[in-house]
Design a protein around this ligand. Structure first.
Ligand code: ADP
Ligand code: MG
Length: 343
């Protein structure tokens, strides 16, 4: 029995991949309406810090993985003392904080945007060289949440809650964004997907496609860095590296997600093995199968009200519609996606 922490669309798609491999899942979520409850026979709802809930979860599973990085370290560490957690809790701790994440990358000679830790307003003022910049909470941000763009100090009058820590990051003159998804099974053993090109709107992923329209040198560098990251971390499972390419064709790592990733949804239909199946295979110690691209493809996130139109549509045989079955439609909420393959 595989335990999955987190009940969003990533947890759902992991559960579907596990079922295909005849692996039973238990999903733990703190949201009673978590969409993943539609995709697993065993759903536990409760607070991640509630000892009774966690003990119930631990008693039902052989192994644990997770769909999102914002799980308190002490929760994963506690579970790991009873049942193995993969990827390792220490990796999640390192990567869930934007400051320690960027420090790790730079120590390993991997380029990121310039950044500094910010604890109060004065520290923004003394780091003028990072403006125009983006102030981001060190932890718990996603889909652009917890981010403030600072184009100039005099125009910036947001009230910032300095009970939290932030990084101030130099704004990049973005040409393109790409991601590399890699699944590591053990020392120098991995399967990777070619770089995926991503388009964001309002800091939320809107569209992904393969092949990415990039030079061979950027392609090679992005793959080499992703490989170096999983080796340096001694990582097991699927991981995603998000990159920026600036107008001068410099490559930067934006962030590293120790999990399956939205930009990899298209792999369900474009590859013989999806990012989800590879993750399950790696954490459960199953056979590594050579991962091959079958088709080029494009993925469109259906955000907010987009979903209502698609629920009534009919699709061609190269179009694949996924409804996450979320109970409430909300603005800026990822409700489903559509993948179109080039047959
Ligand atoms: P999240 O954790 O919310 O995904 P990201 O740091 O990836 O946060 O930011 C979301 C998006 O905002 C990025 O994909 C990019 O489009 C834009 N963005 C973030 N940081 C920068 C930056 N330093 N320069 C330019 N654009 C940025
Ligand atoms: Mg991101």
């Amino acid at each position: 029995m595989l335990g999955i922490i987190g009940g969003g669309q990533l947890g759902s798609l992991l559960a579907i991949a596990a079922e295909k491999l005849n692996i039973k899942t238990v999903i733990l979520s703190d949201d009673t309406n978590a969409p993943a409850k539609n995709f697993t026979p065993n759903f536990i709802c409760g607070n991640y810090e509630d000892e009774k809930i966690i003990n119930d979860f631990i008693s039902k599973v052989d192994l644990v993985t997770f769909e999102f990085e914002n799980i308190p370290y002490k929760v994963l560490k506690n579970i790991n003392e009873n049942k193995t957690v993969l990827p390792r809790p220490e990796i999640n701790k390192l990567l869930q904080n934007r400051y320690t994440e960027k420090d790790f990358l730079n120590k390993n000679d991997i380029r990121t945007t310039r950044y500094t830790l910010i604890k109060d307003e004065d520290e923004i003022k003394i780091n003028q060289s990072l403006i125009p910049g983006i102030l981001k909470t060190c932890t718990l941000g996603y889909d652009g949440k917890g981010q403030y763009t600072i184009n100039s100090l005099k125009d910036f009058n947001e009230t910032i809650d300095f009970n939290k820590e932030y990084i101030l990051e130099k704004k990049i003159n973005l040409k393109k964004e790409i991601s590399v998804i890699i699944t590591r099974f053990g020392h120098q053993k991995y399967e990777l997907y070619e770089p995926i090109e991503n388009v964001h709107e309002d800091q939320i992923l809107k569209h992904s496609k393969i092949p990415a329209d990039i030079s061979d040198s950027i392609k090679d560098k992005s793959i080499n860095w992703a490989t170096k990251i999983v080796e340096d971390l001694d990582y097991i499972g699927t991981l995603c590296v998000e990159y920026f390419i600036d107008k001068n064709n410099n490559l930067y790592v934006n962030e590293v997600a120790p999990r399956v990733h939205n930009s990899g949804h298209l792999t369900i239909n474009t590859h013989n093995i999806s990012q989800f199946e590879n993750h399950i295979r790696a954490v459960c110690g199953l056979e590594k199968i050579e991962t091959k691209k079958l088709y080029d493809g494009r993925m469109f996130n259906l955000i907010g009200n987009d979903i209502s139109i698609y629920r009534d549509k009919t699709f061609k045989d190269n179009e694949f519609f996924y409804d996450y079955l979320k109970t409430e439609i909300k603005e800026k909420r990822k409700m489903g996606h559509l993948t179109v393959i080039e047959k």
